[in-house]
Design a protein around this ligand. Structure first.
Ligand SMILES: [Zn+2]
Length: 220
């Protein structure tokens, strides 16, 4: 998949955990150093789609109140890639909760009573889908990759003891697939989904679903 990129973009982090830079040059996004991918994706989204108008209700967003919404929500595998992200006001973001972009458009046309009925129906469907397939994203986004080709930072000392690891591990043991695809760069560096990667590796997976960003290159 190709990410839509602005002509000019640069983002630096210098906090304790992450220090690095992400920048666009000749229509390629380069990432150097361990930059937090989600922050890059959010900043790219604001750069491309603005942060002044909510993309759901169309109202102006007050200064510093812009949030990022996942159009395919996280609980059905919605990852942080710009095509899945929209600037929104905090009230739309929280009302939408686990609905998709299109489901939320329908939800907004319903009266109060029908709204909760609709949300319950969708939640039930999403839950079923998650157990059967893991995630529910457009097929053309996702491909299978050999897990041995993926380059990731190694698991931290206490990584396997963390709640997140245990939660993903339980999911994989119960349903035999991963809950979200990984996001990787053109050169197979892992951008998002580290815990899932570790669990899959520990569980002996040979291939894993990934969203590979073809115009994103990680340089270390
Ligand atoms: Zn809104």
């Amino acid at each position: 998949m190709y990410v839509d990129l602005p002509k000019v973009f640069s983002y630096c982090t210098s906090d304790k955990e992450h220090s690095g830079v992400a920048y666009v040059k000749d229509d390629i996004l380069y990432i150097r150093g361990p930059v937090a991918w989600q922050k890059v994706a959010y900043n790219l989204t604001f750069a491309m789609k603005g942060k002044k108008v909510c993309r759901y209700c169309g109202k102006a967003i007050k200064r510093r109140k812009a949030t990022i919404d996942h159009m395919f929500p996280r609980n059905i595998g919605g990852v942080s890639i710009p095509i899945n992200l929209l600037p929104s006001c905090s009230s739309c973001n929280s009302n939408k909760s686990d609905l998709t972009y299109h489901q939320y458009k329908i939800y907004r046309t319903l009266d109060e009573r029908k709204r909760s009925e609709y949300k319950n129906k969708i939640n039930e469907h999403n839950e079923q889908m998650r157990y059967k397939k893991g995630f529910d994203l457009p097929k053309k986004w996702v491909e299978q990759a050999d897990i041995r080709l993926i380059k990731a930072r190694s698991i931290p000392e206490n990584g396997r003891k963390q709640t997140k690891y245990r939660r993903v591990n339980r999911f994989v043991k119960n349903y035999h697939h991963v809950p979200n695809p990984l996001v990787i760069s053109q050169n197979y560096f892992l951008l998002e989904g580290h815990t899932i990667y570790w669990v899959a590796l520990d569980s002996g997976f040979k291939t894993i679903p990934v969203i590979r960003l073809e115009n994103v290159i990680v340089e270390f």
